[in-house]
Design a protein around this ligand. Structure first.
Ligand code: PLP
Length: 408
């Protein structure tokens, strides 16, 4: 008898994470053949010449000898205090050290929170498009991700009527990603307030992914969902060091709990249990949190006039909109743009196949829109991290490829 195949868990049946999926496998295959691939599929600042503030590096190095042991499962005291103080300084009252959990990046905390919260069949409202970890992590926890649409015509703000329409008696939580990956939207106060009000009316927990809160362009202002959730809507606010502090590789993030914590005591006990089971987050990286939040905010130099991230956003926006049949809403924050391919001009049926064709033809890796749970094959996401020269060439190559698609 031949041995049985060793298969993956059925829990993974509905789990996808396309930004590092088949498109990346194909990119790696081409690299192995000797091609140079420009990878614009992941929001990872360091490989594009962005360096962490030196104070953060020095702090980690300095603390390394004291960081050899496990820490408290929720995180070292100084990091948790720094996070609680940070939100207090942002006007959120009632944020205390015991409300903060430190994790190996926001990614780990999203998975942990959902595992602690979701029962089989619970529905969680997730934006479309979304950062696909949210959809995947809901499925993995036994829940059902239900996508509410964001409206490209309204600068990609969530369609509130669609949010309401998707609520059932099984709905337990609402995910808000603001500033948004992949669209670059930064929600006005009225939208954040309205979303939290929906949660309030339907007794939903709010999961606010705010990892790009400091990467804002022009006059965009970030509004914390927790500020409107007050003391009657449970809100978990996620953020970390990967983006604004450019140390994605350190794996350092946090979640802060606010609102009716006593009512949520059982859930929070579950979260503490899962936090205990994984011992603690990487301790050296926890030491960077206090310095990052309390120190000089060098991200400002990158997003204000003359700043690299702003210039790159502007260049990408202009060049993409110059391509016939392509339109791209101006990103107001984060590190991406999410252009639309007019289906009359580009009758695409399979957008993943399209980006693989682009990859093979032009050696540029972007991510297809359906990889972000966007329902139609008419978008792709471009990471705007490369310096202007590289970015310019990349978009020229994309334009050349699309000219061929139009002609064909
Ligand atoms: N949330 C959003 C919206 C993201 O875009 C990302 C990374 O791209 C993450 C969370 C994960 O961040 P971390 O590096 O902290 O795990």
């Amino acid at each position: 008898m031949s041995p049985r195949p060793i298969t993956q868990s059925r829990k993974l049946q509905d789990v996808r994470y396309d930004v590092r999926g088949p498109i990346l496998v194909e990119a790696q295959r081409l690299e192995a053949e000797g091609h140079r691939i420009l990878k614009l599929n992941i929001g990872n600042p360091a490989p594009f010449g962005f360096e962490a503030p030196d104070t953060i590096l020095q702090d980690m190095i300095h603390n390394l000898p004291q960081a050899q042991g496990y820490s408290d499962s929720r995180g070292i005291y100084s990091a948790r205090t720094a996070v609680a103080n940070y939100y207090q300084s942002r006007g959120l009252q009632e944020t205390y050290v015991e409300d903060v959990f430190i994790g190996n990046g926001v990614s780990e905390l999203i998975s942990m929170v959902l595992q602690a919260f979701v029962d089989d069949g619970n529905e969680i409202l997730v934006p479309a498009p979304d950062y696909p970890l949210w959809t995947g992590a809901v499925s993995l926890s036994g829940g059902v991700p239900v996508h509410y649409l964001c409206d490209e015509e309204a600068d990609w703000a969530p369609d509130l009527a669609d949010v309401e329409a998707k609520i059932t008696e099984r709905t337990k939580a609402l995910v808000i990603i603001n500033p948004n990956n992949p669209t670059g939207a930064v929600y006005p106060e009225s939208v954040v307030k309205a979303l939290v009000d929906v949660a309030r009316r339907h007794d939903l927990v709010v999961f606010a992914d705010e990892i790009y809160e400091k990467i804002l362009f022009d006059d965009a202002v970030h509004h914390h969902a927790a500020a409107y959730a007050g003391d009657d809507v449970l809100c978990l606010t996620f953020s970390g060091l990967s983006k604004a502090y450019r140390v994605a590789g350190f794996r350092s993030g946090w979640v802060m709990v606010s609102g009716p914590k006593e009512r949520a005591a059982d859930f929070l006990e579950g979260l503490t249990l899962l936090s205990n089971m994984r011992m603690c987050a990487n301790v050296p990286a926890q030491h960077a949190i206090q310095t990052a939040l309390g120190g000089y905010q060098s991200i400002e130099e990158l997003i204000l006039p003359g700043g690299r991230l702003l210039e790159q956003r502007d260049l990408a926006h202009r060049m993409l909109n110059e391509i016939p049949g392509v339109s791209s809403v101006k990103a107001r924050g984060a590190l991406y743009c999410f252009p639309r391919l007019d289906p009359e001009v580009y009758p695409v049926e399979d957008d993943e196949a399209l980006v693989i064709e682009l990859l093979r033809a032009k050696k540029i890796l972007v991510t297809h829109g359906t990889g972000f749970n966007w329902p139609r094959p008419d978008h792709f996401r471009l990471v705007t991290l490369p310096g202007v020269e590289v970015l310019e060439e990349a978009i020229e190559r994309i334009a050349g490829f699309l000219a061929g698609v139009r002609a064909g």
